[in-house]
Design a protein around this ligand. Structure first.
Ligand code: CP
Ligand code: NVA
Length: 301
């Protein structure tokens, strides 16, 4: 089985296959008699519920575990945890502080020759299952995505990184506006270029959103950054997705937010609750996206 630690673990063709499966309603029981372990080092509402329901719809059984319960790297190593969970499940999903934890778990399974997939349920580096749902949502609105332009405004974080890679794979033009010192790293940009994509980086939200088809944002303070909250809120002033900013995009533009949202910080209540917001469709698509991914991973090849 394949791992899904970042969106570009799939080829562009495989990404299309996953999205096609996500849109199907004739869902087979490809996980019948099999399980998925879900580990959470941080809170989750959408990812946990969407993933558990996706496993159930595919005929499998999800088992969600809080890290405090399993004692990741305290009660036992991440490697031993992965080997143990692989005795009972065909997929292991984990939401972790450090992306390296996912890589260690995947490496332990690979070293042991165990055919169990690791799935990233959000790490400090990426949120690829969110990017799948974001592509589905944009596809619901626009149909084919090639040639569309998407602006990210705010923190160039885990969600942004996966979306920019996904956008490149879908042949969209990506723009990222974030405060000085917060932008994507050179290696992220290299990775986008390696996929044949392009991302325009700016510190001017108005420049980024001019004429775009979609504006995306996320919280200014991600889980694990709570100690820096005051400083971050100060640094991100001017990066709120508000009505004036949205008015600079295409008149048909939609606004995405992975949620949870903080109205009055990264987005105004008027925008997120307004007619151009597709955040509830986006949240609903988390289930379809995860179902498509797990179907693709678990189906016999
Ligand atoms: N968007 C998202 O991943 O939400 P949760 O943190 O609630 O899972
Ligand atoms: N960037 C946010 C996303 C939450 C879904 C975080 O990491 O907390």
């Amino acid at each position: 089985m394949r791992n899904f630690l970042e969106i570009d673990d799939l080829s562009p063709g495989e990404l299309s296959e996953v999205l096609d499966l996500a849109r199907r309603s004739d869902v087979p029981a490809v996980m019948a008699g099999r399980g998925m372990a879900l580990l959470f080092e941080k809170p989750s509402t959408r990812t946990r519920n969407a993933t558990e329901m996706a496993v159930a719809q595919l005929g499998g059984h999800p088992v969600s575990l809080a890290m405090a319960e399993v004692g990741l790297d305290t009660r036992e190593s991440a490697e031993d945890l992965a080997r143990t969970l692989a005795c009972y499940h065909c997929v292991i999903g984990a939401r972790v502080f450090h992306h390296s934890t996912l890589e260690r778990m995947a490496a332990a399974l690979s070293l042991a020759g165990v055919e169990v997939a690791m799935v990233n349920l959000l790490s400090d580096r990426g949120h690829p299952s969110q990017a799948l749902a974001d592509l589905l949502t944009l596809g619901d609105v626009f149909g084919p995505l090639a040639g569309r332009t998407v602006a990210w405004v705010g923190d160039a974080n885990n969600v942004c990184r996966s979306l920019v890679l996904a956008g490149a794979m879908a042949r969209m033009s990506m723009r990222v506006a974030s405060p000085l010192g917060v932008g994507l790293a050179a290696e992220d940009l290299d990775r986008v270029h390696g996929l044949g994509g392009h991302v325009e980086v700016t510190h001017e939200p108005r420049q980024a959103v001019a004429g775009v088809d979609a504006i995306c944002t996320d919280v200014w303070v991600s889980m694990g950054q709570e100690a820096e909250a005051d400083q971050r809120r100060a640094d991100f002033q001017g990066f709120t997705v508000d009505e004036e900013l949205v008015s600079l995009a295409s008149p048909e533009a939609v606004v995405l937010h992975c949620l949870p949202a903080h109205r009055g910080e990264e987005i105004t209540a008027g925008v997120i609750n307004g007619p151009q917001s597709v955040v509830w469709r986006q949240a609903a698509n988390r289930l379809a996206a995860m179902r498509g991914l797990l179907w693709w991973l678990a189906a016999p090849s």
